[in-house]
Ligand binder design. Structure first.
Ligand code: PLP
Length: 367
């Protein structure tokens, strides 16, 4: 049996005609940048995230860069985040001129360890970027308390958490600003690059809308230097169609995650994802840690099962960040998780037999 890691073709098949109509209309009207699709999607996604404002941008990385800029982060500032994330989180920090400062992760959730944030704060610190990794929100209440105490901005990296909840709040509505990616493989994926910033602040939303469009609100009247960071109209139209399915897709992911968690045998040295009672994860990825990870991954590949590693080398040990001066051993939980993690197939159109087959193969490997 073949078990793909992702199956966007099968997932989107029922929407194909509606999506083709979006593309057809864009061609007929030569409507490619901005326009009603973009403003319509912004309205729909703001409402989905339970915030006042959504600004559609070119990618999740753009969203992070622009959010940091309007949060006032720049040269001379430190931004606290984790080394257990995708590099876009820290690229954005560096690219606005600031320095990423890492803290270790919580051994249960693999999100930022909130007990370690305060000791990393200095007078250079300007913001905290908690990452809702794999679809589970970071522990936002203590983060907001610490941020308020030290006058820091909180920017959620919600690029893996469309539709997740923390307590009663939606991911994307908890920090001062939040960033989403609609990279094709995300829980809500475009047919190309796309991203968004959400916020309750009208003033920050307006500022981001300027930054994404060369610093202009009125064409050729530039209040500041900005970027070419807009979402295209075809992507926005496709995302509007797909957004209607997101809640249903997230429910399916949660259902499959539950099946994995019930049936995988923890006696084999497996650690399964821990969902905190305060959180509703949307399982962008279903990640476990195991002994003999590389051998297991090779064995599963032989059996036709695609897996991934998110992420095998923590950021503080990447060549790109050698200049930050971190060393092996600085973040023991991060390093231990990175050495054992493996992402199992997870998407909304898995078949129950496929899940059973993955579980049987893993159990067989450890027998
Ligand atoms: C995908 C992702 C990003 C970047 O999004 P792009 O749209 O690819 O630029 C940032 N942070 C995290 C945690 C991500 O998973």
């Amino acid at each position: 049996m073949q078990v793909p890691f992702l199956d966007i073709v099968a997932q989107d098949k029922p929407l194909k005609n509606e999506i083709l109509k979006v593309i057809d209309q864009a061609i007929d009207k030569a409507d490619f940048i901005g326009g009603p699709n973009v403003s319509g999607f912004e309205k729909d996604f703001a409402s989905f995230c339970e915030v006042g404002y959504c600004v559609a941008v070119g990618s999740g990385t753009d969203a992070l860069r622009f959010a940091l800029m309007v949060a006032g982060v720049g040269p001379g500032h430190d931004v606290i985040t984790v080394a257990h994330t995708f590099i876009a989180t820290t690229e954005a920090i560096s690219q606005v001129g600031a320095r990423p400062v890492f803290v270790d992760i919580d051994p249960r959730t693999w999100n930022i360890d909130v007990t370690r944030i305060e000791s990393a704060i200095t007078d250079r610190t300007r913001a905290i970027v908690p990452v809702h990794l794999y679809g589970q929100p970071a522990d936002m209440e203590p983060i907001k308390t610490i941020a308020a105490k030290h006058d820091l901005m909180v920017i959620e990296d919600a690029c893996q958490a469309h539709g997740a909840r923390y307590q009663s709040e939606m991911a994307g509505s908890i920090g001062d600003l939040a960033c989403f990616s609609f990279y094709p493989g995300k829980n809500l994926g475009a047919y190309g690059e796309a991203g968004a910033v959400t916020t309750h602040s009208r003033q920050m939303a307006e500022q981001i809308a300027k930054i994404r469009d060369h610093g202009q609100r009125v064409k050729y009247h530039h209040d500041l230097e900005g970027f070419n960071g807009r979402m295209d109209a075809i992507q926005a139209g496709i995302l509007q169609v797909k957004l209607k399915k997101l809640a249903h897709w997230n429910d399916a992911r949660r259902h499959y995650a539950k099946q994995y968690s019930e049936l995988l045998n923890c006696k084999n040295g497996l650690t399964l994802p821990t969902e905190l009672p305060t959180c509703r994860s949307v399982y962008h990825l279903y990640v476990i840690t195991v002994d003999n990870r590389d051998a297991l991954q090779a064995y599963l590949a032989e059996k036709g099962i695609a897996t991934g590693l998110h992420y095998p080398v923590p950021l503080h040990l990447q060549k790109a960040y050698r200049h930050l001066g971190y060393q092996k051993g600085d973040f023991p939980v991060t390093e231990k998780v990175a050495a054992g993690l493996i992402s199992l197939p997870m998407h909304p159109v898995l078949e129950p037999e496929q899940i059973q087959y993955v579980i049987d193969c893993i159990n067989e490997f450890y027998r």
